[in-house]
Design a protein. Structure first.
Length: 393
């Protein structure tokens, strides 16, 4: 019988409770849940009822990490804590999976990545579960195949993140500069920002317009429109909000010889008869429409989400198999959101890689004046996210 990985989970709120439950329910066969840590007594009581008597419960992460009861750890705490706790795991040679985002600012995530490089024995992953989605995997395959030439334009409108005020009132740390470090970009959109750069690469210029508390009583951004430029001259737009009651999710990539669109969980391809540069140079009719072929692209249909990420991590630990996302990759999508914030803070275009010290200086100003909400532990709301794919905190 193959060895089981003894797993601990730090934080059993919305996401951590789902991870722990999946392991207990047998969805992650390489793992056995042996410990849980949470500072909230109510969540530890929930864990005792739900997870069984064979699981040990701790009121601090450090106590669990020093217990000798775990080989691997999932970190599902508020964002600021992710890098520090991951580093503590690495120092103890404990394999670690970090929930998104990798952290709040790239400087702290860079320190986490550097610590990971000092511990090659540690298998370090990032919970980018949307990378398991067949439509995005296939989209990336087509874009990077070279078959359709260069990227010319990218557009993503992702406005189906609607959140009512009660969501923001459910935790003292939510939607505050000091507790969360940002709003829709840092909580809801890390998956899309990761997919955007995973499929298209990082831009070189970012100019963002952020509105803070436009639709809610919060201090961080809940409405974003961003323009980017890539090093090949391509442009892109990213629009997101938590204020649209019935929003959209449409990702469109225009290439030399094709247009790709992901919408309604389908990948649509419009394939051009010839590349646009060739058509433009040879066509003699001023208003002629280029011949195209439209199709819904067939995929493998697989979309394993959170369990898939954890299972791939387990395979990497036990058998050296590939992960869905190495933890070091988390800095790339975060670089995008930090660039958007910095652009809005300064009111101008910024270039990538950003000035990390300047970003931290600007973020610190906002942390200093942040207003934390008063929410008693008993009043906190923990939602069941078992049927969701976005899996936001």
């Amino acid at each position: 019988m193959e060895k089981k990985i003894r797993l601990g989970v730090i934080g059993v709120g919305n996401m951590g409770s789902g991870h722990a439950s999946r392991v207990v329910d047998g969805e992650c066969p390489d793992f056995v849940l042996t410990a849980v840590a949470d500072i909230n007594p109510a969540r530890r009581e929930w864990a005792a009822r739900r997870l069984g008597e064979d699981v040990a419960f701790f009121d601090t992460a450090e106590a669990m990490l020093d217990s000798g009861l775990i080989d691997a750890c999932i970190i599902a705490t508020p964002h600021y804590d992710h890098p520090g706790l991951a580093i503590e795991c690495m120092k103890r040679s404990i394999h670690v999976m970090v929930e998104k985002p990798a952290g709040v600012y790239t400087r702290q995530v860079r320190e986490m990545n550097e610590e990971a490089d000092r511990h090659p024995e540690v298998v370090f992953g990032l919970m980018f579960n949307q990378r398991t989605n067949c439509v995005y995997r296939k989209m990336r395959e087509l874009v990077q195949s070279g078959k359709y030439g260069r990227i010319r334009r990218t557009n993503w409108i992702i406005t189906d993140w609607y959140r009512p005020q009660v969501y923001y009132d459910s935790g003292a740390w939510r939607a505050t500069w000091s507790g969360e470090g940002g709003g829709v970009l840092l909580n809801q959109c890390p998956h899309q920002l990761d997919l955007w750069q995973w499929i298209c690469g990082l831009p070189v210029k970012v100019h963002a317009h952020l509105h803070y508390g436009l639709w809610h009583d919060i201090e961080v951004e809940d409405d974003v429109t961003t323009y980017v430029e890539y090093d090949n001259g391509a442009t892109g737009v990213f629009v997101t909000t938590t204020g649209d009651a019935h929003g959209s999710n449409r990702f469109e990539i225009q290439m030399d010889k094709a247009k790709l669109v992901v919408e309604n969980n389908q990948l649509y391809l419009r394939e051009f008869s010839v590349s646009e540069p060739e058509w433009s140079a040879t066509n003699k009719e001023p208003f002629a429409s280029m011949p195209t072929t439209d199709m819904i692209v067939e995929t493998d249909g697989m979309n394993t989400q959170h369990a898939g990420v954890v299972n791939a991590w387990g395979g990497a630990i036990l058998r050296g198999e590939p992960m869905i996302a190495d933890g070091r990759e988390g800095i790339r999508g975060l670089m995008l959101s930090n660039a958007m914030h910095l652009s809005a803070f300064l009111g101008r275009e910024v270039t990538l890689p950003i000035d990390e010290d300047l970003f931290y200086e600007e973020l610190s100003k906002r942390i200093a004046s942040s207003r934390r909400k008063e929410v008693s532990p008993g009043a906190s709301i923990v939602a069941d996210l078992s049927d969701t794919f976005g899996g936001t905190h």
